[in-house]
Design a protein around this ligand. Structure first.
Ligand code: KG4
Ligand code: ZN
Length: 339
């Protein structure tokens, strides 16, 4: 059976639309919002206005790239939450209207589950290796940091999470302290390649079980930079590469420690990473290295499926479609997790 699913994503600052034919990607169009750069972070009101401008053109482009007519679509899936409410409203309203006008099912998707399910998107005839159930997924984004036990496409349990800042936020806030542009994660990743990760030591947060905390790290980094600048006003410029490498190291060490513990305690050796921070080159290296040492089978998403994209929303929608899990026209967006 041929199923065509349109996915739309508008939870934060990327407007995206994608088309999948069963589990195979035909198109994944992303419009980034440059407007936030000069503010050093996402401005919610500006984000929802930009989604409003982008949503129709990205859907149009996705259908064209996929080479299908809208009448061929089997269902419309969209991000219902978590995210910024004004941003989610745009994708939700669009998807409700589109599904209604085409008289096809509407499918709500949880953004964090979709990040994980991105591992199941296939691209060409040669099927890639996908995680075997149950697996653990370290889901690391700008808004969330979770260790998730994934038992089926639909059955997932968060076994560890951050109690304050997300890993992406830790990257972004450290970058902001150093005067680097938003989003800071990719900037730190780039500069860290030229730096010494052992030059500066920052305390690793101590949290019970598989939970995380990153807000203390941000504060100690802020004080460390403040003291450095007192002694030398050029402290940041002179040491930027080492600062990036050192802060990146402590964030990744923290993430990996809990992931190792979770694997030990659950006995699960199928390990995946997902979300925007999984684009980080060092965490990718560390996962492969740790996997080799611990006998894990590791799964690293392709770059295009790490940061926010609609292909992940469409694949999550596809598995719900197979299960006849549809939403009705009364559905409203939700700022928090919908599962
Ligand atoms: O998943 P995502 O696109 O959006 C949310 O759902 O939040 O993640 C965005 C986050 C930002 O904090 C960004 O700085 C971070 O992912 N990020 C990175 C890298 N690329 C994106 N962090 C570290 N290294 C990267 N290469
Ligand atoms: Zn995301």
């Amino acid at each position: 059976m041929k199923t065509y699913i349109l996915g739309s994503e508008s939870s934060c600052d990327d407007t995206s639309a994608a088309v999948l034919k069963n589990n195979k990607i035909l198109a994944n169009i992303i419009a980034n919002q440059e407007v936030h750069r000069k503010y050093g972070g996402v401005v919610p009101e500006l984000a929802s206005r930009a989604h409003q401008q982008h949503i129709i053109p990205v859907v149009d482009e996705a259908l064209k790239k996929a080479g299908i007519e809208k009448q061929q679509l089997s269902a419309i899936s969209f991000t219902r939450g978590p995210g910024l409410l004004g941003s989610l409203l745009v994708g939700t309203s669009f998807s409700k209207s589109f599904a209604l006008s085409l008289n096809i099912p509407l499918i709500e998707v949880d953004h964090m589950q979709a990040h994980i399910l991105a591992h199941f998107i296939q691209q060409d005839e040669l099927e890639k290796d996908t995680p075997n159930f149950p697996f653990l997924c370290l889901t690391i984004s700008g808004g969330h940091t979770q260790i998730v036990r994934v038992d089926t496409y639909r059955n997932m349990t968060v076994i560890g999470k951050t109690i304050d800042d997300a890993a992406g936020e830790a990257f972004d806030k450290a970058a902001k302290i150093m005067g680097l542009p938003y989003p800071g994660g990719p900037e730190i990743d780039k500069l860290a390649k030229k730096g010494d990760p052992d030059k500066y030591k920052f305390p690793k947060p101590r949290m019970p079980e598989f939970d995380y905390s990153f807000s203390g790290l941000k504060t100690s980094f802020l004080y460390f930079i403040r003291d450095g600048l007192k002694n030398n006003p050029d402290f940041i410029q002179l040491n930027i590469n080492d600062l990036c490498a050192s802060i990146q190291k402590v964030i990744i060490d923290t993430l990996m420690d809990k992931l190792i513990l979770a694997s030990q305690q659950t006995g699960i050796n199928e390990i995946a990473i997902a979300g925007g921070v999984s684009a980080n080159s060092e965490i990718r290296n560390r996962l492969i290295e740790t996997g080799t040492n611990k006998g894990w089978k590791v799964y690293i998403p392709e770059f295009q499926f790490t940061t926010d994209n609609a292909a992940m929303i469409a694949i999550a929608g596809y598995y719900k479609y197979l299960n006849n899990e549809f939403s009705d026209q009364r559905v409203v967006p939700y700022a928090r997790s919908i599962v």
